[in-house]
Each structure stands twice: as structure tokens, then as C-alpha cells.
Design a protein around this ligand. Structure first.
Ligand code: HEM
Length: 280
């Protein structure tokens, strides 16, 4: 058995992400981040004076993803993706039947002789349902970025003045009991039955918006989803996972720009033959 503490866990995810970071030019992105940060501080200053501060609106979400974009060697670079994966593993560990089902799916579609490839992901419908359900309950960005009304408007009987800022509570939408049965329960099956055709891409289904929606929705949606599916599938395919403590997994959220969880300690052991690990 291998004992994984959170830093190691973050580190192992980060080494997967290092592959991705190699495509980013650290200096360019670092400089860009610095400029955005200056804009952000300037925007906050204007905002505190009660003036128009569009820079706050545009820099805020970018700051939220800055660790990811900066390419720095910190575990936070992968903030959103890392967060989704950690929440998902926590949820799966709390629901052993779900874990069994996803392992069965991986064994059927991948088998024990080869690695997961990106082309396999479309076949892994149960794994995709797990990720959707995790994004529904624990979206890393539970609040949308701010929007501003450009004219006076009436919305559901409320008169809203031009210039009013709106921040949407995405988590509240995700747990609306008019739409979701037992909204606080983790039930990936809902995405294979009652909510089969609902996707998370923010274009058609406004009851599930983990990447936001409209013109300012997350530009990293496809990349983020691809990474989450691929890392999760590879990890669950390669290792048995177990909680390191007999107590239920702590699902306490921590405060920050992303909705992160408390550190997760897990035990892992190989699921495949040793030659698989030697060759990959
Ligand atoms: C699973 C991973 C991710 C989740 C759940 C996520 C979620 C979000 C959410 C909720 C927003 C606000 C959208 C809105 O207000 O409508 C956002 C904005 C943004 N995201 Fe992500 N994100 C993820 C990954 C990424 C990645 C990988 C990148 C870049 C490679 C990225 C870059 C951005 C940027 C630049 C914005 C600001 C867009 C704008 O305001 O125009 N995100 N993201």
C-alpha cells in the first residue's frame, strides 16, 4: 500500500499537468498575468471609489485561473482541474457502489492490458456522468463572474437599473429542487436516465452551468473537461483507492476564489500487472 498525503497527491496531478504546461511559454504568460494583476488592483481602487470598474469584471475570472495559466511550479497552477478531481475522488470514495461501477466500466472498455487513451473517453459514459454530478454539487467556481446591465430591464417583475451588477449563484441553480430530485444527493445515474441529455457546456442547458454561460463563459471548458476525464479515468484504471481513515471523508469547503476542499488523504495500490507500470 502507498500512503498518499495531499501534497504528494497534488504533486502527482501536477506532474501530469507538466505535460500541458510545457506547451505554455512561462515568461509570456507570467508577464501577461502581471499586467492583469495591475489592472485588477487598479479596478479595485476605482471600485472602492464607487466608479465604473470594468477591469474588475474582466480581471477577476482570469485571476481565478491565474495559477493555472501562470505555469509556475506551484500546486495551485492546476486549481480548477485539480479541484474537480479531488472533489470527484472524495465523492466516489464516499459511494463505494459508484466506485465499483466505474471500475467495471473501465475494465470493460479499456481492459487490463493497456492504458487509457483520450479516444476511450467517449465510451466511458458512467465516468462522464460522475464528473457531471461532481460539477453539479461542487462546482469549482460556484459563483459566475459579474455581469452588468447595459440598459434598464425588468426581470421576473423586478425593475433593474442600468449599471447594476449581477453575480449568478451557479451552485443554487445546480441544486434547485424544481429541477433536480433529491438535489443534494450524489447520484451520477441521473445523467444516464432523467437528465440524460443535459450537458455542462452552457449553450443549451441552463440548469447546469459549472463553466458559466453566454459570451463570458469559461474558454477552458473543453480543455478542462478533457483533462478531468482523462486524469480521472487513468487514475481509477491504474489504482485501487481507499480512504486512509475509517471516518467519513471530510467534505468541508475552504474559502477562496475556487471552491476547494479540505486536504484528502487516500491509500492507493496497483490494479494492473507490474509490467504495466514499468512500461508507462
Ligand atoms: C474543470 C475546469 C474549469 C471550470 C469548472 C471552470 C469554470 C469557470 C467558470 C464558472 C467561469 C465563469 C464563467 C461565467 O461567469 O459565465 C470561468 C471563467 C474563465 N475560465 Fe474557467 N474553468 C475551468 C477550467 C479553465 C481552464 C483549463 C482555463 C484555461 C486554460 C480557464 C480559463 C478561464 C477564463 C480565462 C475565464 C474568464 C472568461 C471571461 O470572463 O471572459 N478555465 N471558468
Amino acid at each position: 500500500m502507498i500512503y498518499l498525503t495531499t501534497p504528494t497527491w497534488n504533486h502527482s496531478l501536477n506532474s501530469q499537468m507538466d505535460l500541458v504546461a510545457n506547451y505554455l511559454n512561462t515568461t509570456t504568460i507570467g508577464l501577461l498575468s502581471l499586467i492583469l494583476f495591475c489592472f485588477f488592483v487598479y479596478g479595485l481602487f476605482k471600485f472602492s471609489q464607487g466608479k465604473e470598474a470594468p477591469t474588475v469584471a474582466c480581471a477577476w475570472p482570469i485571476l481565478g485561473h491565474l495559477p493555472l495559466l501562470s505555469g509556475s511550479k506551484t500546486p495551485h497552477r492546476t486549481d480548477t482541474i485539480n479541484t474537480v478531481i479531488t472533489w470527484t475522488i472524495s465523492l466516489v470514495l464516499r459511494n463505494p457502489l459508484v466506485l465499483e461501477k466505474v471500475k467495471d466500466e473501465l475494465d470493460i472498455y479499456i481492459g487490463k492490458e493497456k492504458c487509457v487513451s483520450e479516444y476511450d473517453i467517449s465510451k466511458l459514459t458512467y465516468l462522464q456522468a460522475i464528473v457531471k454530478e461532481s460539477l453539479r454539487l461542487y462546482p469549482p467556481g460556484p459563483l459566475s463572474t459579474p455581469r452588468e446591465f447595459t440598459e434598464n430591464w425588468t426581470l421576473r417583475g423586478y425593475n433593474i437599473k442600468k449599471g447594476t451588477r449581477l453575480i449568478t449563484n451557479l451552485w443554487k441553480i445546480h441544486t434547485d429542487n424544481n429541477v433536480w430530485e433529491n438535489p443534494l444527493e450524489f447520484k451520477p445515474e441521473r445523467f444516464l436516465t432523467t437528465h440524460k441529455d443535459i450537458d455542462v457546456k452552457g449553450h443549451h442547458h441552463f440548469e447546469l452551468l459549472p463553466f458559466g454561460g453566454g459570451r463570458r463563459m469559461c474558454p477552458g471548458t473543453y480543455f478542462g473537461l478533457q483533462m478531468v476525464h482523462f486524469i480521472l479515468a487513468s487514475f481509477l484504471h491504474s489504482f485501487e483507492i481507499l480512504s486512509s481513515s475509517p471516518d467519513p471523508i471530510d467534505m468541508t469547503e475552504t474559502f477562496g476564489l475556487t471552491n476547494t476542499n479540505t486536504p484528502l488523504d487516500i491509500l492507493i495500490k496497483p490494479r494492473l500487472s507490474l509490467s504495466y507500470y514499468e512500461n508507462n
